[in-house]
Design a protein around this ligand. Structure first.
Ligand code: GLU
Length: 493
């Protein structure tokens, strides 16, 4: 049987980093197995539907290059369309399919109508809780006769349809990560399968869809492990073969608590906005809860596909460590062309008010030179906005005490004088100028080492530390350099 896997998000808002990991594992597993990867939209909870969430999710997946073979896509005109032979791939378009299947379960006696009010159910649960029991539906409507059901329906009473679980029965299944799992029906609830609005619940739709879409492996978050016995039981009563289950460990923060929005960035969109590279985020997130046999850390998508195996998914939660992400991402920024990073940097620079889009176009070559100097120090592209200040200053102000002190030394005036002469004499300030000029000044004035280049760095940038000085000088150019040094001489010494 050829492998078919799916990622089944609910369009309820932003894309959690954990969803990207689930999608990624499904994708790489499908690719590795020459199988198909399906994206299904689970929108049965209409109250939680968020406008634009599907589009946002598809864009994020496209950005990450975790592309599905079947499901909903955005076509060239920006319209949502579906592709594949197992559709519709949106649950709200499959309501007749669920109706047909619930009929099967009602006919076989494996499901029943329940007319209990919310108040009654709350009361029952409260009493169970007080008695120290597991709160669950007490089966009140299970005993209704066909006639009673029909007359209640005819009277317009609102109802749901529930799964009829057998009494005191072990439901057993195997999970690739967790091994064998057994749960007794005593500890399970008669799950609602069809809600009063006629929509299926997730639990019913997921089983019907996974079966009809030929899903062979269900790879999803650990939070669904607890629901799996219900699903497995439904496969059994339908007489279908259940898929292989793979429940992925939670993603934890560095305090080993579940990663949540309150602790900062958890949405793929947040990382996109900050200028993380897709290959950096994908590479890092792959390692949160899985590692290859050889423990290699930097991996392209091709390598991930080659090395991925479900049996190396860890049981314990994977820790999301932003420092590690930054390290991985910095690697990919270093490897990227200056042009790519420049193009990604421009919106950040425009956004920070350093220049307009038109100016960015005009000064593109200059921006490339600047990015070439800073690229090696970036964890994510947006960080560039915090680092370019030295290139956009017109007046030099020592940034801190250390920088101010460096300008106070006695030899600085003559040093800057010598430096000005050299700049004036130079035709162009290229990368060689920087290395040459220090040697020459040293020879002529006897000033050397930190006493030589540190005050010059402060006079050029205002800071005592920073990127490669000859490169910075090259980016600044002759006029700029001269006016900066002159300004320092006239105003700060
Ligand atoms: N719609 C579910 C979710 O939002 C999918 C769970 C599953 O993969 O079965 O996570």
């Amino acid at each position: 049987m050829s492998v078919r896997v799916r990622f089944a998000p609910s369009p309820t808002g932003f894309v959690h980093i954990g969803s990207l990991r689930t999608a990624l594992y499904n994708y790489v597993f499908a690719k590795k197995s020459n199988g198909k990867y399906i994206l299904r939209i689970e929108d049965t909870d209409q109250n939680r539907f968020v406008e634009g969430a599907i589009e946002g999710m598809l864009e994020a997946m496209h950005w990450a290059k975790v592309e599905h073979d079947e499901g909903m896509i955005i076509d060239d005109n920006g319209t949502l369309v579906q592709t594949g032979e197992y559709g519709p791939y949106v649950q709200s378009e499959r309501l007749d399919i669920y109706q047909e299947h619930i009929k099967t379960l009602l006919d076989s006696g494996d499901a029943y109508h329940c007319f209990c009010s919310k108040e009654r159910i709350d009361e029952v649960r409260e009493k169970q809780r007080e008695a120290g029991l597991l709160p669950k539906y007490d089966g009140h409507c299970k005993r209704l006769t066909k006639e009673e059901v029909e007359s209640k329906k005819a009277a317009g009473e609102s109802y749901v349809i529930r799964l009829k679980l057998p009494e005191k029965t072990d439901i057993v299944f195997n999970d690739v990560v967790r091994g064998n799992v057994a749960v007794n029906t005593e500890d399970m609830d008669d799950q609602v399968l069809i809600k009063s609005d006629g929509f299926p619940t997730y639990h019913f739709a997921v089983v019907v869809d996974d079966h009809l879409m030929g899903i062979t492996h269900v790879i999803r978050g650990e939070e669904w492990l607890i629901s799996t016995p219900k699903h497995v039981y439904m496969y059994e009563i339908f007489g279908w073969q259940a898929p292989q289950y793979v429940h992925l460990p939670n993603i934890l923060n560095t305090e080993r608590k579940k990663l949540s929005k309150r602790q900062g960035d958890v949405a793929v969109e947040d990382f996109m906005k900050k200028g993380y590279l897709p290959e950096g985020l994908v590479n890092y997130i792959a390692l949160v809860g899985w590692s290859p046999e050889d423990n290699q850390e930097i991996m392209s998508m091709e390598e991930l596909i080659e090395k991925f195996s479900l049996d190396r998914v860890s049981k314990s939660g994977g820790v999301f460590d932003v420092n590690k992400l930054n390290w991985v991402n910095a690697h990919y920024i270093k490897e990227s062309s200056v042009e790519r990073i420049t193009n990604l940097a421009i919106p950040h620079l425009v956004g920070a008010g350093y220049l307009t889009e038109a100016e960015a176009e005009e000064k593109y070559q200059w921006l490339m030179d600047m990015v070439a100097v800073l690229k090696g120090s970036l964890s994510y592209v947006g960080e560039i906005a915090e680092k370019v200040g030295i290139f956009f200053k017109t007046e030099i102000v020592p940034e801190d005490e250390e920088a101010a002190e460096l300008l106070k030394e006695e030899h600085v005036a003559s040093l800057l004088e010598a430096f000005i002469e050299k700049i004036e004499a130079a035709e162009v300030i290229d990368a060689e100028f920087g290395s040459k000029v220090f040697k020459e000044i040293q020879k002529e004035t006897g000033i050397k080492g930190p006493k030589l280049f540190k005050p010059i760095r402060v006079a050029v940038t205002g800071a005592a530390h920073g990127p490669d000085l000859p490169m910075v000088m090259k980016v600044l150019g002759k006029e700029n350099l001269l006016s900066r040094i002159q300004y320092v001489k006239d105003n700060l010494l």
